[in-house]
Design a protein around this ligand. Structure first.
Ligand SMILES: [Zn+2]
Length: 342
């Protein structure tokens, strides 16, 4: 077994991927046909071609516009988890979804969440993978809309929905804009995370931790601009859910992961774990993210093990589930290590 295969087969936790960004291009094309949505191209392979975060967000919205019936959400959610399993040995996931992308189009929140839960439960039954859901604030929404979204989430809340996050273009809309939504979510018992410092200075991480009360940071690359904050988040053991390819394409050097700030974050001792973000939209998958980033950073199996275990630690699974995951991962990793040495 070569190292690439080893990396694909390493058992994985994923804490940073967006449901709407995991829809297979073929499914996007099928749903567009089903609902009479016109696409920019008939070639499914070309549907996800673009070159900036702003163009990307447009496609993201277009994919969302083809998700309408409960079955659409269920199908895409199930397939998304299935891809994680077949392409990267996914074992546990916490997945974002953007309620207002759908409710603003007149799709009832219940349709969205009930469909996702159908797909997630099917994956649990058939694939043995637990997937939980995190409702994301869309940063370009007004604060009142984000607050109303949280009210809806708390009002109709299947067990799978465990947290609140925040995404969208970062630079124009700072995190403090959504303090009300976060306060309400915390009161309602949701766990908290937020995208920060993908495209804005380190200050946004401090705001997310101190003003919004988040427990994890999604991305976080520009923390490197503030040595004090690097030290603080290392000491506090804050988990950073990092995404190599998506951010390389949008913000850094797309072709060269050796220069990705993730490498330095790891060297600084920050608690990172690897994720796929919006895999088919960036022509990647969770296995490929490990292969690309680990080889670029020249990380050996010991560091990979650390990052994989960081995923379990940083997850919002129960203590019992974490224990079970750790035991299963230790077993699989030991077997893989033995195969790699042969
Ligand atoms: Zn993201």
């Amino acid at each position: 077994m070569n190292y690439d295969e080893y990396l694909r087969r390493v058992p994985k936790v994923e804490l940073h991927c967006h449901f709407e960004g995991t829809v297979r291009p073929q499914t996007f094309a099928d749903l567009a046909r089903k609902h009479g949505v016109e696409l920019p191209t008939q070639d499914a392979d070309k549907l996800y071609d673009y070159d900036s975060i702003y163009e990307f967000l447009k496609i993201f919205a277009m994919v969302s516009s083809t998700l309408r019936d409960q079955e659409d959400f269920a199908r895409a959610a199930f397939e998304s988890i299935q891809d994680g399993v077949s392409l990267g040995n996914l074992k546990y996931r916490e997945m974002f979804f953007n309620p207002t992308l759908h409710t603003r189009r007149g799709i009832p929140y219940r349709t969205v969440v009930d469909g996702l839960v159908d797909g997630v439960r099917q994956a649990e039954r058939e694939l043995g993978v637990t997937c939980r859901l995190i409702a994301d604030v869309y940063r370009q929404d007004p604060p009142e809309m984000a607050r109303e979204m949280v009210e809806q989430v708390l009002e109709h809340r299947p067990d799978e929905v465990i947290g609140l996050g925040m995404d969208g273009a970062e630079a124009p809309d700072p995190p403090e804009k959504f303090v009300d939504a976060y306060r309400l979510a915390k009161q309602g018992g949701l766990r908290l995370t937020a995208h920060a410092c993908e495209d804005a200075p380190a200050q946004n991480i401090a705001t997310c931790l101190d003003v919004l009360g988040v427990e994890r940071i999604d991305h976080g690359y520009h923390v490197l601009g503030d040595p004090e904050l690097v030290k603080r988040t290392r000491d506090e053991g804050i988990t950073y859910t990092v995404c190599p390819t998506a951010t390389a394409v949008c913000y850094f050097d797309a072709d060269d992961l050796t220069k990705h700030p993730i490498r330095q974050m790891a060297d600084e001792g920050l608690k990172i774990m690897l994720n796929s973000d919006d895999p088919p939209m960036f022509h990647t998958d969770i296995g490929t993210e490990y292969v690309g980033m680990v080889n670029a950073a020249e990380w050996g199996p010991d560091r990979v093990r650390t990052f994989v275990m960081n995923g379990i630690d940083g997850s919002w699974a129960s203590d019992d589930e974490k224990r079970g995951l750790r035991q299963g991962f230790e077993r699989e990793l030991s077997a893989l290590d033995a195969e790699l040495e042969r």
